[in-house]
Design a protein around this ligand. Structure first.
Ligand SMILES: [Zn+2]
Length: 336
């Protein structure tokens, strides 16, 4: 209403938005066909638990206890499209509610119906109590495409689907994506999957190479770092800052240092983007004299964090990278 008022008895000129209405009718009749197909594929226990029909799509909620498999969804889609191609007439008749129930028409459980009801039939495949708008023959739906299936509550699944021009648009969108993907991986002539598989294999290979180079780099770095070893009460201690971005890098480096040191305590620290990480490693022979977990508990507060771990390995993260050198220096005093 843009202006004025409407009251009972006024004469009005009714104009239906015919494209929207036809699109809605396609989705609605398709919803009935979907229910019939679901009963065939997943079983008679399927009951409608909600439904939404708009011009753009349809949504159908139903009782079922497990996710549908890709194969079941494909079968449902094929059955519905088979009905569409059979092009059965869609008819609606009004009759007494009792008569409708006796005829086996699908009704909503728990719904209150009046004495007279409208039954919508699609050929021999669907018969439902329904007051909605429908196509004249199943073939009007054009194409039916399921776009998603998901659980929305315990024992309730939801299928969303598109029909007619909405389904064609959906397929075209998939085609566009596929073409884009083919261009990205330079497989315009076909064989996209093959190409992607090869790229993934190559990436794995490169990852392995990077890791190998990283560990070689660690080995040479650790040789340099060992110059910083100090000895206190017979324990070799190395506390140093390293250029590594992540905790895994610290672990790899400490493993290589432990191998070279044979016996000792290693404290490594790194700082990046407002964060500091510390790692303490103690060789097995020394864990009865000092434990990595205890050492890290003393050091972590200095870098504004907390941490813990096992006797041989412990790690901590903190928010004060500016105190990292202080924490490393403190390590020499705590140990030994
Ligand atoms: Zn209906």
């Amino acid at each position: 209403m843009e202006k004025g008022t409407i009251k009972v008895g006024d004469a009005a000129d009714l104009k239906v938005l015919i494209r929207e209405r036809n699109a809605t009718a396609r989705n609605h009749t398709a919803t009935h066909l979907l229910q019939s197909a679901l009963r065939q594929v997943v079983g008679d226990h399927v009951k409608q638990a909600g439904s939404l029909v708009t011009a753009d799509r349809l949504r159908f909620d139903f009782t079922h206890f497990s996710a549908m498999t890709a194969d079941e969804l494909r079968r449902v889609e094929n059955i519905v499209n088979g009905y569409i191609m059979d092009n059965s007439d869609v008819s609606s008749v009004e009759m007494a509610a009792a008569e409708a129930m006796q005829s086996g028409a699908t009704a909503l459980f728990g719904e209150k119906y009046g004495d007279r009801v409208r039954v919508v039939r699609v050929g021999e495949v669907s018969s439902e109590l329904c007051g909605g708008t429908h196509v004249r023959a199943a073939g009007d739906i054009g194409l039916f495409k399921i776009v998603s299936e998901a659980g929305i509550a315990a024992g309730v699944r939801r299928i969303e689907a598109v029909t007619g021009s909405g389904a064609i648009e959906y397929v075209q969108q998939l085609e566009d994506e596929q073409k884009h993907l083919a261009t990205l991986v330079k497989a315009e002539g076909g064989g996209v999957i093959d190409r992607v598989e090869r790229l993934l294999a190559r990436q794995k290979e490169l990852q392995r190479e990077v890791e190998e180079l990283q560990s070689r780099l660690n080995a040479s770095k650790s040789a340099d770092l060992l110059a910083g070893v100090r000895e206190s009460n017979g324990i070799k201690i190395l506390a140093t800052r390293v250029e590594t971005e992540d905790p895994k890098g610290l672990r790899d480096l400490s493993d290589s240092l432990k191998d070279r040191l044979q016996s000792g305590v290693i404290v490594l620290g790194c700082a990046a983007a407002g964060k500091a990480n510390l790692l303490v490693a103690v060789t097995k022979d020394l864990t009865d004299r000092c434990k990595a977990g205890d050492i890290i508990k003393s050091l972590a507060p200095i870098i504004g964090g907390s941490g813990g771990g096992k006797p041989e390995l412990a790690q901590a993260g903190g928010t004060k990278p500016e105190n990292l050198d202080e924490a490393l220096e403190a390590a020499y005093k705590i140990i030994g």
